[in-house]
Design a protein around this ligand. Structure first.
Ligand code: PRP
Ligand code: URA
Length: 215
């Protein structure tokens, strides 16, 4: 049987408001409170772009005057899945846009020496095969965390997964696209490279620490 190869896709969302806010986010002088607000706002704006490819079913509703043809998003409720911790900062902004979305959680941290992900928590709603998933993490660095999270989602039956991040490194994009070419990536910036410690350059530093004031 002939199958069409899947073309990996990456969308850099270049909307002026996103680029303005991202620059404030990168600035080391931006305090924690503003950093959190900016992550929230950028996530909402990016979700507007990432929801543009959701499929629709045709429906009919009754207006006060007559019947009207309309549309509703297909399938079960959209499901947001933040990768803990930093992905949590993206949830509320997207929920303002899609209030009925469900929220799962994937707990992962990067081992400081190996940079490989260590997983510690996984909970998503059932019926994964019938849902669209937005996997959320501000940073795509080596790509280890994203690949591991997508592996876990697919093991539960998920087939429609989009990965939303704010800043991506070329290494991480290549790793996700090689392992999961069917998962579209949305980012606000594709940065230059990783440093020896796996940090994105120029990046914005440690997203989790800046969001939660740890360090
Ligand atoms: C950061 C970030 C991603 C991961 C990206 O999390 O939020 O999850 O690193 O790196 P990778 O692409 O090389 O896997 P971290 O492990 O620091 O955990 P935290 O969110 O709990 O701070
Ligand atoms: N995680 C972060 O928070 N920042 C980076 O630059 C890389 C991984």
């Amino acid at each position: 049987m002939h199958t069409t190869p899947i073309e990996p896709s990456i969308t850099i969302v270049r909307h002026p408001l996103i680029q303005h806010k991202l620059t404030l986010l990168r600035d080391r002088r931006t305090p924690k409170k503003i950093f959190k607000e900016l992550v929230d706002e950028i996530a909402m704006l990016m979700a507007y772009e990432a929801t543009a490819t959701l499929s629709l079913d045709e429906i009919v509703v009754q207006t006060p005057l007559e019947q009207a043809a309309g549309w509703q998003v297909s399938g079960k409720k959209l499901t947001l899945v933040p990768i803990l911790r930093a992905g949590l900062g993206m949830v509320e902004g997207i929920l303002r846009l899609v209030p009925s979305a469900r929220v799962g959680h994937i707990g992962l941290y990067r081992d400081h020496d190996t940079l490989e992900p260590v997983d510690y928590y996984f909970k998503v709603p059932g019926d994964a095969a019938e849902r669209d998933f937005f996997l959320l993490d501000p940073m795509l660095a080596t790509g280890g965390s994203a690949v591991s999270a997508i592996d876990s989602l697919k093991r539960t039956g998920a087939t429609r997964i989009r990965f939303l991040c704010l800043v991506a490194a070329p290494e991480g994009v290549r790793r996700v696209q090689a392992a999961h070419p069917d998962v579209p990536i949305y980012c606000a910036a594709l940065d230059r490279e990783l440093n020896a410690h796996g940090y994105i350059l120029p990046g914005l530093g440690d997203a989790g620490d800046r969001l939660f004031g740890t360090r």
